[in-house]
Write a protein that binds this ligand. Structure first.
Ligand code: T3D
Length: 268
């Protein structure tokens, strides 16, 4: 049987999606995009899945677009056809970023190795990222005459600030996991000797037991905050709180607190 390009596995309420083209550092082909999209849709539609982990097999996390994919080959013009690299963004990378951003549960990246180009953007699209101590992040775009994509320009400025975003994107230097954490690109680095997927899994299991609907609303509000005025944000918080105040999880959270027992959240 042919190996899947995205390996899907479940551990309790956490679903792990592992990009699986290790021979090319899990760089994206159209087929891998298709499998990842289907796996994300399936996770989003399954109420038993309360958190998703995205990782890579082999020594890399994801090296961005597969540059040997004929669909993006820059020399097609010579063969009488033209290549619009933007069409790959429209068809694959934009829907991927929007799909992850709208997942109904938290998404954690377990960055097991190098994340380059759109692979680094993928990390930043996830809610939280835990990297292996040896992982690295490379804005590889400038090395091949492209601009950061798949949300890269947006995430870099918001997470790192303009000065660091410009340095990373223009120079394309390797950022270590430790520096990525210190600069706000990722949430954490696994301890030396600890498997980063296991570290991410611990975090994911913890998130999966939390009131995930409120976590997803929190994601939405925090992302909107960057472009909102305070009065509009106060209104948005009020409206979200009205909705959260009617959830099972709010009633359960308060009841459990008063009864001095651990809450049993359902994400409802
Ligand atoms: O183009 C569009 O459609 C628009 C969308 C663009 C989005 C993008 O992501 S653009 C950026 C594309 N990515 C890159 O430019 C990164 C290219 N890769 C590298 O610079 C290096 O591989 C790394 C710095 C990531 C890792 O270096 P290293 O020395 O650890 O590994 P390596 O030896 O370079 O790579 C290992 C193998 O993976 C190698 O194959 P081989 O020689 O063993 O058969 C290499 O060719 C392959 N590989 C790595 N990255 C890619 C790739 N093959 C195809 N595409 C890749 N992106």
């Amino acid at each position: 049987m042919e190996e899947p390009l995205v390996r899907v596995s479940d551990s309790g309420r956490v679903r792990t999606l592992a990009l699986n083209r290790p021979q090319a550092l899990n760089s994206f082909t159209g087929a891998m995009h298709g499998e990842l999209r289907a796996a994300l849709d399936a996770a989003a539609g399954n109420p038993d899945v309360r958190c998703v982990v995205v990782t890579g097999t082999g020594r890399g996390f994801c090296a961005g677009q597969d540059l040997s994919d004929p669909a993006v080959a820059p020399n097609r013009e010579a063969a009488g056809t033209t290549t619009d690299v933007g069409s790959a963004i429209e068809r694959f990378y934009k829907p991927l970023a929007l799909r992850i951003r709208s997942m109904p549960v938290p998404v954690v990246a377990a960055v097991n190795g190098v994340a380059a180009g759109a692979g680094a953007s993928l990390v930043m699209t996830c809610d939280l990222a835990v990297a292996a101590p040896g992982a690295s992040f490379i804005q590889a775009f400038s090395k091949i005459g492209l601009v950061p994509d798949a949300g890269g320009t947006w995430f870099l400025v918001k997470r790192l600030g303009l000065a660091r975003a410009l340095g990373c994107a223009m120079l394309g230097d390797k950022l270590s996991a430790k520096d990525a954490k210190e600069q706000g690109m990722i949430w954490d680095v696994a301890a030396e000797g600890e498997d980063c997927v296991e570290a991410a899994m611990k975090l994911a299991q913890r998130l999966a037991a939390m009131p995930t609907r409120a976590l997803v609303e929190t994601r939405r509000l925090l992302r909107a905050a960057a472009s909102s005025e305070l009065d509009a944000q106060l209104d948005a918080e009020r409206d979200a709180q009205s909705a959260m105040g009617r959830t099972h999880d709010y009633i359960e959270g308060v009841t459990a607190f008063l009864q001095k027992r651990p809450p049993q959240f359902k994400g409802e």
